[in-house]
Design a protein around this ligand. Structure first.
Ligand code: NAD
Length: 498
């Protein structure tokens, strides 16, 4: 059986691991590999390697660091097919969607190629008599990223792409459900010219996470995953003196006004609610039609549309989406569907019990649609993270807008309308971090910044874009005066520039 190892100091190794976890192929349900689960001592080894490599890397001029990122981008493009096949085989998403996962990460690498410009400091000439002030951004040293299963290429690249371009060494702890692509990414970084030990992948579970959160030489931790773990990572990391950004779960709402382009709305919701089997933090699992006519039309047309969706194995390029990541995750999704029924919501389309001929053991679940969901139902209040769309009917825009604003999560939200003023007001006032106006999945491009609000993100600084540069650097400000021969008076008061 294939074994997936750490990549430390430029070499594959099982290190001190003695425990293993199974890696499934979600399309067949079969165990296809095993990953070694690291120990705290493996984190120690990786951090020592990163510290050693970072000293020279941090002092390397930024255009040389950018050249490595350029080369890495080219290697991602050259290896796109192999990476996408590997990703789909462990995650279950269809190949085209895996390519999207890699492409969105690649775009962060393109952003990181601009590092000489992005790290420029500021300069104030003549801030006082003969005094100039300048500021510079310097790398933190060794930093770490802990990533979820649902974007095994994009999210690691959000983190190490920016951190390494800024001059840091990096420890990546990927999800133990689909760890192969992160290792391939680290191998491609080596091929691109990154020094050995600069980017290390340590496989594992909570043991490795806790070792990262308490390691004295790790200066910052970026986390993406579910909210309870994100909160734990935030509290533990900051208590240990680290800078922490910890992105959590989501429950994104799409508000449909009566004047919306309903053809577009149906197309947008089918892709955004069911694409990647709903396993996206920017999926759109809640529809809020405003007015009974809008709701009736939406539910009728959406159920027709669901009839046209094809669920298939991840290598089937005619499938709209593939299996979910594990049998346990499918059981969790099914339990939320059961809960919704018990709470009194109308299950218009039931995706449970789907079996694919020849792939009976795969982790498949079909698309489900609920109508008449209410805000006090538990299945609405929590994240399902599966192909389940819940319709919550509203009478007015005000009533509709309160739903995402008052929800515990605040990652993304969308409004569908032709009314610019209503959309503008909504975007300005809604208590959510990322807003789409007639855009169902408003994931900002790499040179903007990604991050939700409320229980969707703990910490203040977002992923990639200018905030990513801020997260992985610290500012130093120099106030300088050169001797002119004019001795200034001795002073015992706080210096002013007058
Ligand atoms: P998860 O929280 O189970 O795992 C995320 C990481 O935390 C993994 O590396 C895992 O090994 C580690 N981990 C798991 N349990 C732990 C524990 N008890 N202590 C310490 N570490 C632990 O999340 P997942 O199932 O891999 O990913 C899905 C979740 O991620 C969803 O909630 C989704 O919304 C969220 N997500 C959020 C964003 C965002 O940007 N807000 C993006 C993608 C995914």
């Amino acid at each position: 059986m294939r074994e997936i190892e750490h990549l430390i100091s430029g070499s594959l190794t099982k290190g001190d691991a003695s425990r293993k976890a199974d890696i499934y192929n979600p399309s067949t349900g079969a165990v296809q590999a095993q990953v070694w689960l690291g120990e705290a001592s493996d984190v120690d080894t990786a951090v020592a390697a990163a510290r050693a490599a970072q000293v020279e890397w941090g002092a390397t001029n930024p255009q040389r660091r950018a050249r490595v990122m350029f080369k890495f981008k080219e290697l991602l493009e050259a290896n796109m097919d192999e990476l996408a096949a590997l990703l789909s085989a462990e995650h279950g998403k269809v190949i085209a969607d895996s390519k999207g996962d890699i492409q969105r990460g690649l775009e962060v690498i393109e952003f990181a190629c601009g590092i000489p410009h992005l790290m420029k400091g500021e300069y104030s000439e003549g801030a006082g008599p003969g005094i100039d002030i300048y500021s510079m951004r310097q790398p933190l040293g060794v930093v770490a990223g802990i990533t979820p299963f649902n974007f095994p290429a994009m999210i690691p690249m959000w983190m190490f792409g920016v951190a390494i371009a800024c001059g840091n060494g990096f420890i990546l702890k990927p999800s133990e459900k689909d760890p192969s692509v992160p290792v391939r990414l680290a191998e491609l970084m080596l091929e691109a010219g990154a020094p050995e030990g600069l980017l290390n992948v340590v496989q594992g579970d909570k043991v490795v996470v806790d070792a990262i959160l308490t390691h004295p030489d790790i200066k910052a931790v970026s986390f993406v995953g579910s909210s309870d773990i994100a909160h734990y990572v935030y509290l533990t990391g900051t208590a240990n003196g680290k800078r922490v950004q910890a992105m959590g779960g989501a429950k994104n709402h799409g508000i449909i006004l009566p004047d919306a382009d309903m053809d577009q709305v149906i197309a947008d919701f089918s892709g955004a609610a069911y694409g990647s089997a709903g396993e996206r933090c920017m999926a759109l699992p809640v529809a809020v039609p405003v007015g009974q006519d809008t709701a009736d039309e939406f539910v009728a047309r959406m159920s027709d549309e669901i009839g046209k969706l094809k669920v298939g194995v991840s290598s089937d390029d005619t499938a709209h989406f593939g299996p979910v990541v594990s049998a346990a995750h499918r059981a969790k999704i099914e339990s939320y569907i059961e809960m919704g029924v018990n709470d009194g919501a109308d299950l218009v389309v039931d995706g449970r019990g789907l079996q694919l001929q020849g792939h009976e053991d795969g982790f498949f679940i079909g698309p489900s649609l609920f109508d008449h969901v209410k805000a006090d139902m538990q299945s609405y209040q929590e994240e399902i993270f599966g192909p389940v769309l819940q319709v919550v009917r509203a009478d007015t825009l005000e009533q509709a807008a309160r739903l995402p604003s008052e929800h515990q999560y605040g990652n993304g939200v969308a409004i569908f309308t032709r009314n610019g003023l209503a959309a503008r007001e909504f975007a300005s006032k809604v208590n959510v971090g990322m807003v789409g106006v007639n855009v169902p999945i408003p994931v900002p491009v790499a040179y903007h910044t990604f991050g939700g609000w409320k229980r969707s993100a703990f910490g203040d600084v977002n992923q990639h874009g200018p905030e990513g540069i801020r997260f992985y650097t610290k500012v130093k400000t120099v106030t300088q005066r050169w001797p002119s021969g004019d001795v200034t008076d001795q002073s015992f008061i706080i210096p002013t520039m007058d």
